[in-house]
Design a protein around this ligand. Structure first.
Ligand code: F3S
Length: 643
């Protein structure tokens, strides 16, 4: 059998199941990562599982999302995660050290390892040839507790790259080009594997930009081979010992193939409000820009920021533009400070903010009313930047820097000669922001400040569920729509009762009151329900509000897992047209759920208000059925770590 990169790694790490596409398998997890926004829940879950020692080779708890400390809440969360990391044997990355994915790529990622992270952009590690999957926090807690992860043996989409990038065109333009071709649903159900001569034209950080935004394609993850370029990257990071070659077999089997000539790609932008609403930069004329934000886990590498510094050197940021730059890691910031590039950015008029997610997660730097904001980030959903009326355009660092000078969206190739960035032979690596766990951890306790509240736990599934349709949603509802995330709400990531007041806040006012008044109920969704981030809160908060089931045309993968993990049953219409037969406040009953789940039958949904019934399907494995029956993964997993 001719094996792809993914199947080679899966074969190496396989613990149970047959490695045949569509089968559920369990694999050994080598590494995990968490960020603070999802991490508080992960460590609360780990606590409640009664775990003594984690079973992964390496786990890291990063603080990069909620770094503003305008009240005690975020600091409480940081302290809680720090104490949990010490107790369980996890490396802790202090706030200010950088963005989890950029840091993980630099410091810990290993070709051909399996990494599970509680962040949807965990696939960034695919740039190093690591199988890096974003998942719900509970999956990550279980991976740490038990050392394994369940998934379906995936379909593989091969993207074969040929040719060379033209000057001023970079990795961000490549992934925007792919998003234009394939859309935000183009990768659903697939792992994307890159191959071809064009791969040799891309550095590890270029590759990581591309795999990072594979999340926006809806792909489970994306991965590049591990080759001499990977070896060179690890050597410069002082980690050559972590290198391994990894190539797909010649003529490996793929489920789908796409060919892209890199020389066809021009500077691109994703227009509001979706990463696949892509156009050529030069097609958009006279777009005056108010804010330019450079950074995020997509584009904050040393090379990205050095390119920006070279473009800005000796120039001036346009008087009407606020340029904010957040480096990916403290090491990058330090190196740019030492080599003078930081001075060039400051002299040009850039605002330098700490090495963290920052504006990407709405942690400050919300643009003004009706602003046009150019961002090198990966998402431009409405309101994510913190200003509902702002329009966000996603661009490459080159386009962002040149536009910041001109004051309008500009094709960077009009700027002159492209700057060359020399990569240092050896990166300066300082570990002072990392806290390694102590050897003797026997008597350590976790520290829980007043902002840490217990999380909701479901009861066992009943065979019949009744309730009203509390909300009917359109296609492509994001986890940002379900559980908004902004600077005001982020401090409450470990306080579900407070957070619940904002559930579906971008769609409807006071949803929590509707849910409370009706004693919970159902949500009806369109296609790709729950796309976007891995935000577990988008399931935990609805659970707290008594949501019993979500019935949709289709689900985004991670969100469907999160619903199952919370014990909320996700069901799809057998006939999608039946979506039209439901309205808000219709009274529903799901019948004979257990029998249907046990025997792989359709589930009958009665709309009592309209006196009709329709058929629904549960799309999940036997293990997921067991999880639902237990009322969620936590109840199911509590006994697993006793093995
Ligand atoms: Fe952070 Fe934004 Fe990436 S929130 S992890 S920089 S998508």
């Amino acid at each position: 059998m001719k094996r792809s990169l993914t199947y080679k790694i899966l074969e190496k790490n396989l613990l149970s199941g047959n490695l045949i596409e569509g089968n559920e398998i369990s694999i050994k997890v080598n590494q995990t990562l968490t960020q603070d926004s999802t991490g508080t829940m992960v460590y609360l879950q780990l606590e409640s599982m009664g775990v003594k020692h984690i079973k992964t080779d390496l786990s890291v708890a990063y603080i990069d999302h909620n770094t503003l400390q305008s009240g005690f809440e975020n600091a409480d969360d940081h302290e809680f995660i720090k104490s949990a990391a010490a107790k369980y044997g996890i490396i802790f990355s202090k706030p200010g050290n950088g963005i989890c994915h950029q840091l993980h790529l630099e410091r810990f990622g290993k070709p051909s390892d399996v990494l599970i992270g509680s962040d949807s952009h965990t696939p960034t590690g695919g740039g190093l040839g690591m199988l890096s999957i974003g998942s719900g926090g509970l999956d990550v807690a279980v991976a740490m507790a038990n050392g394994y992860y369940y998934m379906k043996a995936p379909k593989i989409l091969n993207i074969e790259l040929s040719g060379k990038l033209k000057p001023w065109v970079s990795a961000k333009d490549v992934i925007l080009f792919i998003l234009k071709e394939l859309s935000v649903k183009g990768g659903v159900g697939y792992i994307v594997e890159y191959s071809g001569e064009g791969v040799k034209e891309l550095s590890v950080t270029d590759r990581a930009t591309i795999t990072n935004m594979g999340a926006e394609l809806g792909a489970t993850t994306s991965i590049f081979p591990s080759d001499d370029i990977t070896k060179d990257f690890l050597k410069r990071q002082g980690r050559e010992k972590d290198f391994k070659y990894l190539f797909a077999d010649d003529n490996a089997l793929y489920d789908k193939k796409v060919k892209i000539d890199l020389s066809d790609i021009k500077p691109m932008t994703a227009m509001p409000h979706s990463p696949d609403n892509v156009a050529l930069v030069r097609e958009i004329k006279n777009l005056k820009v108010d804010q330019v934000a450079i950074g995020s886990c997509t584009n904050s590498s040393y090379t990205d920021l050095m390119k920006v510094a070279k473009i800005l050197k000796g120039k001036r940021v346009h008087p009407d533009v606020s340029l904010v730059i957040s480096p990916g890691s403290s090491n990058i910031l330090r190196m740019m400070s030492d080599n003078g590039a930081l001075g060039d950015l400051i002299s040009a008029g850039a605002r330098i903010i700490e090495a963290a997610c920052g504006p990407c997660i709405g942690m400050g730097q919300a643009p003004k009313t009706d602003a046009i904001s150019l961002r090198t980030f990966n998402r431009n959903f409405k309101g994510r930047c913190g200003t509902k009326s702002a329009d966000v355009y996603l661009v490459s660092p080159e386009t962002a820097a040149v536009s910041a000078i001109f004051g309008y969206l500009a094709d960077p190739s009009t700027f002159g000669d492209m700057p060359r960035v020399e990569i240092p032979d050896k990166f300066d690596v300082y570990d002072n922001y990392f806290i390694y766990p102590p050897k003797n951890r026997d008597n350590l306790e976790v520290v829980m400040g007043p902002n840490i509240k217990p999380f909701p736990i479901n009861r066992e599934l009943k065979s019949s569920l009744k309730g009203r349709v509390l909300l009917k949603m359109k296609d492509n509802i994001t986890t940002d729509d379900i559980m908004p995330s902004n600077a005001k709400l982020l401090p409450y990531r470990s306080n579900i009762p407070e957070l619940s007041k904002y559930c579906f806040g971008t769609v409807v006012d006071d949803f929590y009151k509707i849910a409370q008044k009706n004693d919970g109920g159902f949500v009806i969704g369109g296609e790709n329900y729950g796309q976007g981030s891995s935000r577990e809160h988008a399931a935990l908060v609805p659970l707290y509000l008594g949501i019993k089931g979500v019935i949709a045309k289709s689900f985004a993968r991670i969100h469907k897992n999160n619903l199952i993990n919370s014990g909320i049953i996700p069901l799809v219409f057998k006939n999608k047209e039946n979506y039209n037969k439901f309205d808000e406040f219709d009274e529903l009953e799901l019948e004979n759920i257990m029998e249907a789940l046990d025997n792989n039958l359709e589930i009958n949904l009665i709309n009592k208000t309209k006196n009709i019934d329709v058929k629904l399907i549960f799309q999940g494995s036997e293990r997921e059925i067991e999880i639902l029956k237990c009322g969620g993964y936590l109840n199911y997993a509590k006994n697993l770590n006793k093995d």
